[in-house]
Design a binder for this molecule. Structure first.
Ligand code: PMT
Length: 209
């Protein structure tokens, strides 16, 4: 299969040196990409700004903002069999981006935000037969919110990720997740992100049969 995997955060610039973002390092998405390559799949890897190296055999597209990520995803969507959206995409961006660094004494202490496009919802509108797996990073009611996102975003599976648990979520080498589909919920124990990557690829292969 050819897979499109997104990873890392997005950066929504306020001016050339300041931005809104989050704590994603790309570790989870890159681990899935490595597992996919090891299993013999081709990988289009799209990632926001991260400081780790992408797997050598992935076709890598670095992006900055959610709008950049949407454009890259739409470019590759027609030629892939499945999408795995691990990226922590910013839901909002500043309404205006200053061309030059804002000066403290002239800056308004309030930043007006506008909503970013929801990439998974945009995929739902135009996809043909691609399988789509999303993630849900939550700090409470992870399963409930994940089920809601599974429905709303038209996903085949969602990986519920309670990022409040020790050893889970952003910036660590391990994670604790549950696989949620229309028919089933499967809880996984604390595992390395590499092991979880292998489990996700295994589920994707089963779904594609
Ligand atoms: O990168 P690491 O440091 O290893 O951290 C891994 C992780 C915590 C980022 C990862 O495991 C994870 O949980 N990723 C999902 C983060 C997230 O943004 O979740 P969400 O619940 O806000 O979004 C739900 C889904 O919609 C996600 O698949 C997301 O990619 C997608 N989304 C979100 C916003 C948006 N505008 N468009 C989207 O498509």
């Amino acid at each position: 299969m050819r897979l499109l995997i997104t990873a890392g955060p997005t950066r929504e610039h306020i001016d050339p040196v300041r931005f809104l973002s989050n704590c994603s390092t790309g570790k989870m998405g890159f681990a899935i990409a490595e597992a996919a390559i090891a299993a013999g799949h081709e990988v289009e890897l799209i990632a926001g700004p991260v400081s780790i190296k992408p797997p050598a055999k992935a076709n890598y597209t670095p992006v900055v903002s959610a709008c950049d990520m949407l454009a890259a995803v739409m470019k590759y969507l027609p030629i892939v069999d499945a999408v795995i959206m691990t990226a922590a995409v910013a839901d909002w961006r500043p309404a205006e981006q200053a061309q030059d660094k804002l000066k403290k004494h002239t800056m308004e202490p309030v930043i007006k935000l506008v909503p970013n496009p929801d990439i998974l919802s945009e995929i739902k509108k135009v996809k043909t037969n691609q399988l789509v797996i999303g993630f849900a990073a939550e700090t409470r009611n992870a399963l409930e919110y994940a089920k809601d996102k599974l429905e709303r975003k038209g996903l085949d599976m969602i990986v519920a990720n309670d990022v409040s648990l020790p050893g889970a979520g952003f910036a660590v080498d391990t994670n604790i997740v549950s696989f949620v589909t229309q028919k089933n919920i499967e809880h996984l124990p604390l595992m390395s992100k590499q092991e979880i990557g292998c489990e996700i690829i295994r589920r994707l292969e089963e779904m594609s049969r």
